[in-house]
Design a protein around this ligand. Structure first.
Ligand code: DC
Length: 213
């Protein structure tokens, strides 16, 4: 079984997907971490095309219980913290617009989720990576609330985060290749004012109903 969770930054996807995976006993896939890895490589080698960098990258994701974030290894090096830096977020949204990068990472993601039960989270899981996912969820939240959540997480100023988020949202939605949009048949879930556990419960209930069918 595959649960696909897509939506814009700050809608609560990562937290919800990780908790949901644990609740259901599934494995969690943070696809954004892969784009962040390619961004890191691209920042270190700005003259090289990001597509070949993405294809050659050895990205390992380990979601360890008790950890608040997935442990990310890039070519054997732990980059879990580094990939969360604001300049990497910015670069990730740029490399994510490159069709060559997307093709390479979608292939890696499909390979991963081919076996077992997964909660996969990103922008294009339900639309491109796994249109056949048994359950597709599109999480949204009010832009100000999303920025407030991200700012609290990063210890940053909410207005600055909102300005950067608006730019990245725009780029994610307007890119020609796999723009951020709900998959046909996706359950739309607005998390504004909802607590994380309530969101997890709601999706877990949908997943259990499907498991019984
Ligand atoms: O979810 P995140 O903030 O870690 O994602 C980082 C960037 O990667 C973000 O700009 C959107 C992009 N991304 C994407 O285009 N497709 C995905 N499946 C996951 C992330």
């Amino acid at each position: 079984m595959l649960v696909a969770i897509d939506g814009p930054a700050g809608a609560g996807k990562s937290t919800v997907a990780r908790l949901l995976a644990r609740r259901l006993g599934y494995t969690y896939l943070d696809s954004g971490a892969m784009y962040r890895c390619v961004a890191l490589l691209s920042l270190a080698a700005p003259t090289r095309a990001p597509g070949p960098l993405a294809r050659a990258a050895r990205i390992e994701l380990a979601d360890a219980p008790g950890r608040s974030a997935t442990r990310v290894l890039l070519d054997g090096r732990d980059v879990s913290e580094e990939i969360r830096a604001p300049e990497v977020s910015e670069a990730a949204s740029r490399v994510a617009a490159d069709p060559d990068v997307r093709e390479a990472l979608v292939a890696k993601q499909r390979e991963l989720i081919a076996d077992g039960d997964w909660v996969a989270e990103g922008r294009d899981i339900g639309t491109v990576v796994a249109p056949g996912a048994e359950l597709k969820v599109f999480l949204t939240a009010d832009a100000t609330e999303r920025a407030r959540r991200r700012a609290a997480e990063l210890g940053a100023d909410a207005d600055t985060v909102l300005a950067e988020q608006t730019l990245r949202d725009q780029r994610d939605r307007d890119r020609a290749h796999s723009p951020l949009s709900p998959a046909p048949g996706a359950e739309m879930l607005d998390t504004t004012g909802l607590d994380v556990q309530a969101v997890v419960e709601r999706i877990a209930a949908l997943a259990r109903r499907l498991q019984r069918l």
